[in-house]
Ligand binder design. Structure first.
Ligand code: CMC
Length: 429
């Protein structure tokens, strides 16, 4: 608590509310007693001014373009750390010692296989199903396969559910991909890195050895790291809201996957690449930019803009570098999609409409380009985002469950429907 008070005056009556300070970032006005004191609610659809929880995992300064996981900057982590170390950091709050990291990596790799019976679950889907539809269904079904880790009141079960989710998500996503292209599922290989194993499960076939290229492996690991957590975004808030009812963790993560799928959130990487392909050649960019600016046209430049970042998206900067490395390796510098992307980025960064609204390319703009160059179809992009974000969802869920102040999430509303009226029998209407 800061000791400072906020005063609210309604009809000459003054009400006081505590102001709470976080370690960094904006202070908050504690309005938990507002309804009891005034009989009024606050109105904030889209939560643009509402802190829904108290958290110590991730911090974003949107004006500075800063993203910190447990206090460490994303640029440093993406450069010097790697995904599994970042998972440990997000889950347990500090960087691991060498022994802790080895033990954690070993624990994760011991859980990479999925229950063999789950393969039948995949076979029930149409081959042309969207991988996100499959991932959403399979994650939701995990509670049926791993019932022994669904008791959320038991810390050991919470821990094992967390490890299972992080370890199995790559296998779940890779299986969705293999199923969609009619190839056999590839079992995980625990001698490979987390990223290397995912690439192996996606791109190897029984008839041929797949050698993981270290540049691609590093880029994949960076994509995982950059997407690992992002404060109280829509899917994370969905996981928290689902978990607030004490639903099991697998059901909560499935809810997060469902929310992430939307094109305004995780679906933007797929939508961004589809848009670049639709534009096709740099000479058509003007037409699409004009549509994005036209208030009568719902079209938006996908991969541009962010609710919180208003100077730049720090993840996009790292992604831009990784994109360069991968594209050089793959020899696709002259790829038409990339040419459109580069020209679009330049035009949008100079255009008054985008500059005045602080609309910059976000992480999804570049991650789609990298994933495309690696060989993933666009339909897999959001599934890869989901597997990267699982650790963030799980860390936020664990933090919430362990919070003694936890309450079921229950927003209120400003009602604008009909007031009470008498029922009219059908023959009298
Ligand atoms: N193209 C054209 N205009 C845009 C765009 C865009 N991509 N994004 C925002 N605007 C305009 C919007 O029309 C509005 O203009 P005006 O003030 O004249 O009415 C202004 O910018 C503010 O937009 P907003 O919708 O109020 O902003 P928001 O904070 O609610 O939305 C957003 C943020 C990310 C949903 C939005 O920028 C968007 O739809 N971007 C495209 C989708 C996208 O790339 N999403 C990925 C987000 S990053 C990954 C993640 O975290 O999931």
């Amino acid at each position: 608590m800061s000791g400072k008070k906020a005063k609210l005056i309604i009809d000459d009556q003054t009400y006081e509310f505590d102001i709470l300070n976080g370690s960094v970032g904006p202070s908050v006005i504690d309005i938990r007693s507002l309804y009891a004191k005034t009989g009024m609610f606050t109105y904030d659809p889209g939560f643009t001014s509402t802190a829904a929880c108290d958290s110590s995992i991730t911090y974003i300064d949107g004006d500075k373009g800063e993203l910190l996981y447990r206090g460490y900057s994303i640029d440093e982590l993406a450069k010097d750390s790697h995904y599994l170390e970042v998972c440990f950091l997000l889950l347990y709050g500090s960087l691991p010692s060498k022994a802790e990291l080895d033990a954690f990596e070993n624990r994760i790799t011991m859980h990479t296989m999925v229950h063999e019976q789950m393969h039948y679950l995949y076979r029930g889907f149409r081959r042309d199903a969207h991988p996100m539809a499959v991932v959403c269904g399979v994650v939701g079904a995990m509670a049926a396969f791993y019932h022994d880790s669904t008791d959320i009141s038991d810390p050991d079960q919470r821990e094992i559910a967390s490890v299972r989710m992080i370890a199995k998500m790559p296998t779940i996503a890779a299986n969705a991909y293999k199923y969609s292209i009619g190839q056999p599922f590839v079992y995980p290989r625990n001698d490979l890195s987390f990223a290397g194993n995912f690439l192996h499960m996606c791109f190897s076939v029984p008839s041929e050895e797949y050698i993981v290229d270290p540049i691609i492996e590093r880029a994949m690991d960076r994509i995982f790291t950059l997407h690992a957590d992002h404060e109280q975004n829509a899917s994370t808030s969905t996981v928290r809201l689902s978990g607030s009812s004490d639903a099991n963790p697998f059901a909560c993560i499935a809810a997060g996957v469902a929310c992430l799928w939307g094109p305004a959130h995780g679906g933007a990487n797929e939508a961004a690449l589809n848009m670049l392909r639709e534009i096709g050649t740099p000479d058509r960019i003007g037409e699409f930019v004009a549509r994005a600016k036209d208030k009568n046209d719902p079209f938006r430049l996908m991969g541009f803009g962010h609710r919180v970042y208003k100077s730049y998206d720090p993840r996009a900067q790292v992604m831009q570098e990784a994109a360069k490395e991968v594209l050089e390796l793959m020899g696709v510098e002259n790829n038409p999609t990339l040419q459109v992307a580069q020209a679009l980025e330049k035009i949008a960064l100079e255009d008054e409409y985008f500059v005045s609204r602080k609309l910059y390319p976000n992480v999804d703009f570049y991650s789609g380009i990298i994933l495309d160059a690696i060989g993933f179809p666009t339909s897999m992009f959001t599934a890869i985002f989901a597997l990267s974000r699982t650790v963030g969802w799980i860390s936020q869920w664990k933090e919430m469950i362990g919070d003694p102040q936890k309450k079921i999430g229950r927003p209120r509303q400003l009602y604008n429907g009909a007031p009470r009226r008498a029922y009219v029998p059908v023959d009298k209407r």
